[in-house]
Write a protein that binds this ligand. Structure first.
Ligand code: NCD
Length: 475
């Protein structure tokens, strides 16, 4: 039993772990640090230190390369008067001896007050949060999410006096592999921006991200034929329905009128560029869009802000750096005050704005948890999910959320990849049948004897037989 007086440990794994109000309060804290501690000569740079987190320790646990995320977190902790310890080379960490992430974070929880994790596997940060005894911050997990980068991105727009509501934001490059994009677009949709997708060939949004945008985040896609007729270089345009997000909303979002495509594309307020995520693709030769002065000379880009999470390779011309529309170095500089605010909020050092005091989290739909031991039944279908990491074989339980609106889509708790179509077996009757929420998940709770399988063949292989006809026979 959790003690109601004891606030739960808050983690920051997905941008959706924060409500819109919580995001705003992180920005207020970041702005106050910037005001109090900045370099008088450089408005976006923190120069002075405080005593806010004196005696506290941040552990940065990085299994993938990083410059900005790790160093800005460590700088942020030092500017707050705290200290940091680092493990940034997997070859010299106990992982090289075969230690699981679950064990590592349990141990590190005794050495530090919070952990920032970067990992090549999708969903690794959620697994770490399950086992750590201190707050875990996701510093990028595979191609899943990078929520603190999104907070830096949104804060940059705020400092540029851009109101997100109705803002036309173009996203260019590897929209499939870039975790920064996934966190950013969820936030943009939640703050009612319009999304103009300009992916490199074959690098559009993952299917589940696209589906969540439409079904949970009230994004309405413009009809493809009308869009292509207006601008063939744009792959998709989403306009966010200007209505409050509601639980279990069954209706399609309604804009009240057809999308005025021409007006959305006539003025692009932000161009967000990402590099080709070569470490996430097997095929390394790609045709890739290049953004620079030539691309940005069209009138629609005259007032735009060009952003990039960095590092850049060749997709963003260095000659553009001197252009006043380029804000990517400020964006990187804001990493320090924003991460100071995140650390302080998670450690309960931000007063009224501390995240520790609230349950929090943005939950647009009603979800029911299904959890079974690692070797039992259905596994996540995403091969890069942390559940498939051999080191985590004893820890990565098969955890999914069932979306109660459909009752037929499971979302992996770790990587948020989705599975449609599965069968349900009963450990008592030793029979399987097509999944029926009313039967297998009555009153929105999974029966203890229910085990899900990806297919009838998998259920048979585990020793179950088909239910008799007329008793919910497998479809
Ligand atoms: C990004 C990342 O690691 O996802 N870098 C960062 O943290 N700013 C972007 C990238 O690597 O392309």
């Amino acid at each position: 039993m959790t003690d109601a007086r004891q606030p739960a440990t808050r983690h920051l794994i997905s941008i959706n772990d924060l409500t819109n109000d919580e995001i705003e309060s992180v920005f207020e804290t970041a702005a106050s640090y910037l005001e109090a501690q900045r370099d008088p000569d450089v408005p976006h740079r923190i120069k002075h230190s405080s005593e806010t987190a004196r005696g506290r320790i941040l552990a940065s646990l990085f299994y993938e390369p990083s410059t900005r995320t790790r160093l800005s977190f460590e700088s942020a902790m030092l500017r707050l008067g705290g200290a940091s310890i680092t493990s940034a080379d997997p070859a010299t960490a106990s992982t090289a001896k075969g230690e699981s992430l679950a064990d590592s974070v349990r141990v590190i929880s005794n050495y530090a007050d919070l952990i920032v994790l970067r990992h090549p596997r999708d969903g690794a940060a959620r697994l770490a949060a399950k086992y750590a005894g201190v707050p875990v911050i996701n510093g990028g997990d595979g191609s899943h999410e990078h929520p603190t980068q999104t907070l830096c991105d949104l804060f940059t727009l705020r400092r540029e006096n851009r109101d997100l509501k109705g803002l036309n934001v173009a996203l260019s490059g590897d929209l499939r592999g870039s975790r920064t994009i996934h966190s950013f677009i969820y936030a943009l949709a939640r703050f009612n921006a319009n999304l103009i997708l300009m992916p490199a060939k074959g690098m559009g949004l993952p299917e589940h991200v696209d589906r969540r945008l439409r079904e949970e985040f009230r994004c309405v896609p413009a009809p493809t034929s009308d869009l292509k007729a207006a601008d063939a270089s744009v792959d998709a345009l989403y306009v966010t329905a200007d209505q409050p997000h509601q639980l279990s909303l069954l209706t399609e979002p309604d804009l009240g009128a057809p999308i005025d495509i021409a007006s959305k594309l006539a003025q692009v307020d932000v161009v967000y560029v990402t590099r080709f995520q070569k470490e996430r693709w097997k095929d390394k030769e790609q045709e890739y869009p290049k953004i620079g002065t030539n691309f940005l000379k069209a009138t629609k880009y005259s007032g735009t802000r060009v952003m990039h999470p960095l590092p850049r390779v060749d997709e963003l011309d260095v000659e553009f750096d001197a252009d006043p529309r380029a804000v990517y170095f400020q964006q990187a500089a804001y990493g320090v005050p924003v991460r100071m605010a995140i650390i302080a909020a998670l450690l309960g050092l931000a007063g009224e704005r501390s995240l520790k005091q609230h349950a929090g989290g943005f939950a647009p739909t009603k979800q029911v948890l299904y959890s079974r031991p690692p070797q039992t039944g259905l596994r996540c279908a995403n091969p890069n999910c942390i559940v498939h990491d051999p080191l985590e074989r004893h820890y990565a339980t098969n955890d999914f959320h069932l979306d109660m609106r459909h009752g037929s889509t499971l979302r992996c708790l770790y990587c948020e990849g989705e599975i449609d179509g599965f069968v349900a077996a009963d450990r008592q009757t030793r029979q399987f049948a097509g999944f029926d929420p009313a039967l297998h998940c009555p009153d929105e709770v999974f029966g203890d004897d229910v085990v899900l399988f990806a297919s009838e063949d998998d259920a048979r292989a585990a020793g179950f037989g088909p239910a008799a006809a007329g008793h919910g026979e497998a479809a």
